[in-house]
Write a new protein. Structure first.
Length: 478
């Protein structure tokens, strides 16, 4: 039997380097000095950094499903981390496989089941746990010790952090329950050496993939866990960010926010300050660590002579509040939760070292990568290509970006972001309006201010034209 032709073609390779819960402004090249990110800065220097990129839903599974399918969460029904993306949806991986690419996924994608969704080469968190063997005990200990959520000590079940990777693998209580140590959060140093961490495993396996398939057209997503929980970083990185040196941000005046948002802020403010500091310290240490891991994969492209013919993307699935307004994690529509870092480089078509202010829905990566690679995208996508912004970073881009959250709850949340304003509609629970030119920190909610009624109505009409919340079939009815 003859083997298929494995020689290189003129089609560009595609490498998507993805992290989890990376706040958009925590990049050195974006002006943040708290955590140096030299490797991500190197990617930005080789391409275009998109300053205003928004995820479609600030929850991992929902956001990633939108990225892969080009469809919003209200269409796929993949809304929270216990949902599953229906296998019948065609993904980016299906698209590139049909166009002659070897498709690979190494690391986390939060499928939660055994479907590969079009990826032909697939290494999951389960493969890493097999690599760890008995050392997996250390990871179970870290899952159990969440600084902000003490219930994980009893459950040791956090599919958001890959334990288990297939969410219903355990029919009942976690086998790790009652078998874990309790930490005191004075240090966020992991007991695992750096080389045994998941993100270093992903980097090594990604480099193996690139070496093995360098002469074929490939579409590879290397998807890292950090800086998502568990927040215990290898000691070398954890010691750079001691817990006792963290200063908690002032939550400010949050009295004008909708009541359920105020309630969430109050929830976080009631958590032990030392635990909140541990969360911040661990987050920063893990961001520094994952920068190293991403950098190793990116450097291998140059070593293998692949940079000139590879489209490289760096992004994350959503952001992290990191103490802003007193809040942590994501699960809201404030800028730190819904804006994501997004960098694209491709020497043949994209200028180097540029920054674009255009509004971008990052799920538009599907048609964008299709356009850049000369493989036309399906017509049924709910997002648009932003390839024109990448080739001309001064282009204006679309008129608005949208996001949504909590579609299965009593209070569902919907957001429209225009070049100047953000309007958030909390169904049955109020609204928010911010002038992001004057108030980029979203401190002053203008929705009740005199003279804004006309603007509020226009933005609400524009939002409802995108998606009418009254048609949401998932909403909890009381």
């Amino acid at each position: 039997m003859s083997m298929p032709d494995q020689t290189s073609t003129t089609k560009p390779n595609i490498l998507v380097l993805m992290t989890d819960q990376h706040r958009w402004d925590m990049l050195t090249c974006a002006g943040n000095s708290a955590v140096p990110t030299p490797n991500l800065d190197r990617i930005a220097a080789a391409g275009v950094r998109l300053e205003n990129a928004y995820c479609s839903y600030p929850v991992s599974l929902a956001s990633r499903s939108s990225l892969l399918t080009g469809l919003y969460a209200h269409t796929t029904g993949a809304i929270n981390n216990r949902d599953r993306l229906d296998w019948r949806y065609r993904t980016l991986a299906h698209h590139f496989a049909q166009n002659g690419y070897l498709t690979g996924l190494i690391g986390k994608m939060h499928f939660g089941d055994a479907h590969n969704h079009g990826f032909e080469y697939y290494l999951t968190i389960n493969d890493w746990l097999m690599y760890l063997g008995g050392r997996a005990q250390h990871y179970a200990n870290e899952i159990a010790n969440h600084p902000l959520s003490p219930h994980f000590y009893d459950t040791v079940d956090d599919d958001g952090a890959g334990l288990p990777d297939v969410a219903d693998l355990w029919l009942g209580k976690s086998p790790w329950a009652g078998q874990v140590e309790r930490f005191d959060f004075r240090s966020m140093a992991s007991q695992l050496p750096a080389e045994d961490h998941l993100d270093m495993f992903i980097a090594r396996e990604s480099i193996k993939f690139l070496k093995r398939y360098r002469n074929q057209s490939f579409f590879l997503i290397s998807s890292f866990m950090k800086p998502h929980t568990p927040l215990f970083a290898p000691r070398e990185w954890a010691e750079r960010y001691p817990v006792d040196q963290v200063r908690l941000p002032d939550p400010g005046d949050f009295s004008t926010y909708p009541q359920h948002v105020q309630d969430r802020i109050q929830h976080f403010l009631r958590i032990d300050p030392e635990c909140r500091k541990a969360h911040m310290a661990g987050y920063m240490a893990n961001l520094a660590f994952v920068d190293t891991c991403v950098g190793a994969v990116y450097a291998s492209l140059a070593e293998l002579g692949l940079l000139d013919n590879t489209i490289v993307v760096y992004t994350s699935d959503h952001g992290e509040m990191h103490g802003t307004h007193g809040m942590f994690q994501k699960f809201c529509l404030f800028e730190p939760a819904v804006k994501v870092p997004l960098i694209v480089s491709y020497p043949k078509r994209i200028p180097r070292g540029r920054v674009s202010q255009a509004l971008i829905e990052y799920m538009g990566l599907y048609p964008t990568l299709a356009e850049l690679s000369g493989t036309p995208a399906p017509s049924a996508l709910e997002c648009s290509s932003f390839a024109d912004v990448l080739t001309n970073p001064d282009a204006c881009g679309p008129a608005a970006a949208f996001s949504e959250y909590n579609l299965r709850a009593r209070v569902c949340e919907y957001m429209i972001r225009t070049p100047q304003y953000k309007y958030v509609y909390h169904q049955d629970a109020g609204a928010e309006l911010y002038d992001l030119h004057e108030d980029p920190g979203e401190v002053s909610n203008l929705v009740q201010r005199a003279g804004t009624a006309g603007l509020v109505n226009r933005l609400r009409e524009q939002l409802f034209a995108w998606y009418d919340p009254n048609t949401n079939p998932f909403k909890k009815r009381e």
